[in-house]
Design a protein. Structure first.
Ligand code: UDP
Length: 335
């Protein structure tokens, strides 16, 4: 039986995609260096290979050993702020790393790729909702590294016959509704887990700026459930398997949601107030970012199931409530 190789399959979005692949009856091999991912998060995979994406020998062996005929490439660094401080690290990991994966695919004749991209390829929006045609002018190294690979892919398609679907995530959020997987970043910087922790009295919380030119002064974002993102990967793979063309899709709910809307949703769902301080704006935060996902709905039939912000927050809270230290044990978390 052929397999799908999932790089970064021990990470947040990757692990949810692995579960979805496994539920679709596909054989899954996770390839991850566990620098940010968690071994336990790979429990739905059929096989696990610990390795660096730039280690060509290990990567090519994994492809051969497991008869891989498609790759989902999630393994990357993902912090906008860090990418501004350490662009070299981001170019090394996200550009050289992805090129190493492409090299291995070409060498081993793997013809299909689903590539994780980001709303950060667009930079400051010139119009919203953001469609696939929106100008691409990243304002940080993170967005540049993802765009560099997006731009390479059509050339690999023409020269080597490698077909790809690029998925540009807006704000991935929530956790597996079955409670088997969730978000576990160290440190956790994302809005929803931070606001949940504040409601549970575990941490302090700041809104980064309430003087934006938006209805309530806080940034508008497009929160999309990680399980809905995972489902989009399955559709992308099915399309490539059916001989469909290379494509790029924006993935969001199309619903602009403010930081205050999220805080209110957390208070409603958790049933406790969120103690909020107003802090300064965070560097590199555009005021408004939300997607049009009309194209993937129309072309691949993507239908998000967990659109409501309360539903997204409820799944995130359920995970964080049961697993306060994420995948680590309480003892590990104290060290
Ligand atoms: N945010 C905030 N306080 C926090 C974390 C995030 O006010 O502790 C804001 C952030 O400025 C942005 C939104 O919440 O407007 C979403 O941020 P997040 O880091 O979750 O995702 P990003 O938009 O950076 O991908």
């Amino acid at each position: 039986m052929t397999s799908v190789l999932v790089t970064g399959g021990a990470g947040y979005i990757g692990s949810h995609a692995v579960k979805a692949l496994s539920e679709s009856g596909l054989r899954v091999v996770v390839y991850d260096n566990l620098s940010a991912g968690h071994r336990e998060a790979t429990r739905f995979a059929d096989a696990f290979v610990e390795g660096e994406i730039q280690d060509a020998d290990t990567l090519r062996s994994a492809i051969r050993d497991h008869d891989v005929d498609a790759v989902m490439h999630f393994a990357a660094w993902l912090s906008v702020g860090d990418s501004v401080r350490d662009p070299a690290g981001y170019y090394r990991n996200n550009v050289m790393g992805a090129l190493a994966v492409l090299d291995a695919m070409v060498a081993e004749h793997v013809p299909r790729l689903v590539f994780s991209s980001t709303a950060a390829v667009f930079g400051n929006p010139v119009e919203t909702p953001i469609t696939e045609e929106h100008p691409k002018q990243p304002i940080n190294a993170y967005g540049e590294t993802k765009l560099a690979i997006e731009r390479a892919l059509p050339h690999y398609g023409r020269a080597y016959g490698l077909r790809s679907v690029v998925l540009r995530y807006f704000n991935a959020a929530g956790a597996d509704p079955d409670g088997a997987l969730g978000e576990d970043h160290d440190p956790e910087l994302h809005l929803i887990p931070r606001a949940v922790d504040a409601a549970l009295g575990r941490d302090s919380f700041q809104i980064f700026g309430d003087d934006y030119d938006t209805p309530d002064g806080t940034c508008l974002r497009d929160y999309v459930h990680v399980t809905d993102l995972a489902a989009a990967h399955i559709l992308a793979l099915e399309s490539l398997r059916a001989g469909g063309p290379s494509a790029r899709y924006n993935l969001g709910n199309g619903q602009p949601t403010s930081v205050r809307d999220v805080v209110d949703a957390v208070a409603r769902v958790v049933g406790r107030q969120v103690p909020v301080a107003i802090g300064p704006r965070r560097d590199g935060d555009p005021a408004v970012l939300f997607a049009s996902s009309a194209r993937i709905k129309q072309e691949l039939g993507w239908k998000p199931r967990f659109e409501h912000i309360d539903t997204i927050v409820r799944t995130a809270w359920a995970w964080r409530d049961v697993r306060p230290a994420g995948y680590r044990t309480a003892a590990q978390a104290e060290r």
